[in-house]
Ligand binder design. Sequence first.
Ligand SMILES: Nc1nc2c(c(=O)[nH]1)N[C@H]1C(S)=C(S)[C@@H](COP(=O)(O)OP(=O)(O)OC[C@H]3O[C@@H](n4cnc5c(N)ncnc54)[C@H](O)[C@@H]3O)O[C@H]1N2
Ligand code: MOO
Length: 396
Amino acid sequence: MISVEDAQALCLGLIRQTGPDTVPLAQGLGRTLAAPLTARRDQPPFSASAMDGYAILSGDAARGDVFTVVGEAAAGHGWAGTVGPSQAVRIFTGAPVPAGADRVVIQENVDRDGDTITLTEDLGQNINIRPQGADFKSDFILKAPRVLTAADLALIAAMNHADVTVARRVKVALISTGDELIMPGGTPTPDQIIASNVFALQAMLTQSGAEPLVLPIAPDTPEALDAVLMQAAEWGADLIVTIGGASVGDHDLVAPALDRFGVTRSFHKIAMRPGKPLMAGAKGDTAFLGLPGNPVSAVVCGHLFLLPMVRRALGQTDVLPKGRTARLAAPLPKGGPRAHYMRAVFDEGDTSRTVTAFDKQDSSMLTVLADANCLLLRPIGDGPKDTGDPVTIYPI
Ligand SMILES: Nc1nc2c(c(=O)[nH]1)N[C@H]1C(S)=C(S)[C@@H](COP(=O)(O)OP(=O)(O)OC[C@H]3O[C@@H](n4cnc5c(N)ncnc54)[C@H](O)[C@@H]3O)O[C@H]1N2
Ligand code: MOO
């Protein structure tokens, strides 16, 4: 059995990067910027007032000085003249600062009487002007790759781009396998259970910028599995993910089905708990990942292998889950021969981050997984741990 790290490296080597896709900016959230983007103008494009007040040429002006109001500048409507000594232009937040003026005095600090204002305070440090290009200049470049956030969309809009070139969503086909499965809302026979894994995986994929397609459940026959794999290929999947049937039982049909399909197997079985029966391979440009059927195993493998493959396909660089250190809130017995990713809850305390593993670690338990906010890693052969000992956790 290979290690988690080796399996992750092999998985990342199997997936091809998707090409570019240009989309309207409003559809850019969460997409991965595929090429550097250069600003088309300075922001602000002119020196702009940061406050409502009066633009003046300040010289050595002080409290009690009087200025004549000679014009008005509003956002979207500048004043075309030049401000001279003892002159003021009424100005509003966002308006271009007129030529000659070097400061905006806020209106709270003047008395206005007709066309004159009198300073009621000495001038402070703040000139209340945002210089042209203070936010960014027209040579500003937003670097790629970058997963676009809401703030990024506003920034790109301010750079005057209506569209954005992102990585095409990676197409991931999800195939649940097993005679025992029925979709939620149906009427199961006494021996059936509800296909649940695919809903977690579909959501995780969507959140990560993939385009998932949930295919019909494949019953436990070679013909049914072959037919659904063919459907996935015809859809143009970049990555075909099977769920279940990965282990060694008589009804675990996925490995032979992938062989028949012409998939070159990269590995099968890893030194990990949960997730031992994981398999991966490729056929041409299509990658294959065979997830174990146990719900927790499928989701944990989704975090550790599937999502990194998606991120790699989108051209992202930092694709593996990031470990953090936390202190154990309770002792743990010694670890086993497989790396154990325990379901746990971490808490950002005032002085240190603490983590508590759940007592129940059965890989079928969705209630435990749903209450977990991290995976607590016990490396292979880890010794017993005491309260307060540092461990690595992966937020999920
Ligand atoms: N003799 C051995 N038996 C098993 C081994 C082993 O090494 N030797 N490994 C165990 C481990 S670890 C796991 S994990 C499971 C996974 O096996 P499979 O990938 O073949 O999964 P299935 O047998 O198809 O299903 C396991 C379990 O999960 C349920 N399941 C399957 N698909 C779904 C789904 N889409 N949604 C919800 N639940 C699902 C299924 O009904 C089973 O209860 O094998 C162990 N056995
Ligand atoms: O490794 Mo299985 O994935 O423990 O339940």
